[in-house]
Ligand binder design. Sequence first.
Ligand code: NOJ
Length: 649
Amino acid sequence: MRLSVRSVLGITWLRLWFGFVCLSVAVVPDRAAAADPGSLMSHRIDELLKVMTLEEKLGQLTQQAGSEVQDDNPVTKETKEADFLEAIRAGRIGACLGAHGAAYTNRLQKIAVTESKHGIPLILGNDVIHGYRTIFPINLGEASSWNPEQIERASRVAAIEASAAGTHWTFAPMVDVCRDPRWGRVAEGAGEDPYLGSAIAAARVRGFQGHDLSARDTILACAKHFVAYGGAEGGRDYNTVDISERTLREVYLPPFRASVEAGVGTLMSAFNEINGIPASGNRFTLKDILRVEWKFDGFVVSDWTSVTEMIAHGFASGDADAAEKAFGAGVDMEMSSFTYRTHLGEAVARGRVSEQAIDEAVRRVLKAKFQLGLFDRPFVDAEREKRLLVCDEHRAVAREMARQSIVLLKNENRILPLSDSEKKSIAVIGPLANSRKDPLGTWASVGKPEDVVTVLEGIRERAESAVLVNHAEGCGVSSASRDGFEEAVELAKQSDVVILVVGESEDMSGEAHSRSTLDLPGVQRDLVQAIHATGVPTIVVLMNGRPLSINWTAANVPAILEAWHLGVECGHAVADVLFGDFNPSGKLPVTFPRRVGQIPIYYNHKNTGRPPSDERWTSKYIDLPSTPLYPFGYGLSYTTFEYGNMNIE
Ligand code: NOJ
């Protein structure tokens, strides 16, 4: 009852207010404004800023997590939800993350536009990293295609689905260059090369944002994590980064610059510190480089609580200081901590932050909302959402992306592709062979295991009906048990060929999932050895989120496919390559070390005065070759070709 009275009052107020703004737009500025949408928008923003209180302005600079399923306890959930909805109604939140689906996002948006004083729509952000519901290969996999056009198509599909479900803004592309595969977030990026990373960053921005942000199927992109997050010491997530300005500019900044040049609307400031200053309080990167040098005119959002984490960094003395430092450095919007709305009002009163600076930040946020068309079309159509999510057309793009992401690492005696006529029985073995969850990869948004075609299913579907396709797990991904070996070995012995699917589960890479070794987890290497010992021709399919040091497998098993976590079309894509329906074309976007001790190892390292050689006093290890297991750019195909008559221009 209370709600409906409030809503009616809110709607009435909103109508009056809109009437006023429309009237003033029509009569006040001038004819030029009416003819020029840019100046019309800035006029509407000016009008809003005139009537907003400082508290309401700080609300626009606050992003709060709010999902329907955040809390399983119905009692606390209700209270929390009531608080959350009230904060939207009161204008204390301008942006949310974690809200999914047309029904729920429309519900939140309705409160913002019909029950809040100024009717300013929310901007709803989510991590649409490698697909929304139609899950694509992890980003490192997509980068293996070296095909920005296809990656742009994949991002387009993600934007179409996400926007249909009420998401306006994705926290992607993740454009962190990474030279340390221990870092779990290597899975989310485009690998080690600034140039390839820049081309892919720009492609993803184009794919998400399209040509017209106000179209109903485009979303705002967010290049993250600004900056040098991938340089974490020891590959340990969130760790300190200490690099020269030269390395910053030559290695870590280029993909961000490419994103800005491609028109990215937002950037996210990172968790890490750079040379002693946290990235979320770093004027040099956020102002001098981003605003002054690059003329970026979108807005910057902090990473999740990275503003308050500056206290633990030892950089801010408390919440109020953190707010001033982050805002002063150039972070416009705070994600999931609330120091801006709690402390910046006081900072303005004490003259430590100017209200004009707050207005500029709010202006940038409102501009994004106008550009997205949220004032004119705040709601989404639930029917459209139903029609589009994981539709056949989107799956077709995912299949193409997945097969282009596969890298053929070894193919001795041309054991691949499999020829149907010779093989009467195929054993599909390994803990990942029939996994439905793991192919979804580290950041599967609202992806569902039931959408996934497993490797076993893909092979069964493709193999001729006379061919027997059997399966045994052999072992778990990381368990120490060898109990399943016997069954797997027996199955292998009865088969003409073995497809052995090993690697990492989806939760072994991604945020806060760094590893100290790059070996196959658990007893999987022993399983590979046991199957190999049967003498039955064996093809290893790797499913993983980072480079792995698979030295024994590389030396002994005749064929290896690097399949990463390939998304919903995993099984089809792997079968396409195994059976030769698709000629593998992927190339590694990142170096595979022989051993962790070689890290950092990357292709574009500088020469030393003593390049490695057999001689004693050179730059090398005494217990390991200085070359990688597989270099950056490596990848075979079923064709053979030679490069010739090359000239340098
Ligand atoms: C923290 C992650 O670092 C960032 O990539 C992500 O976008 C935010 N959380 C929001 O989920």
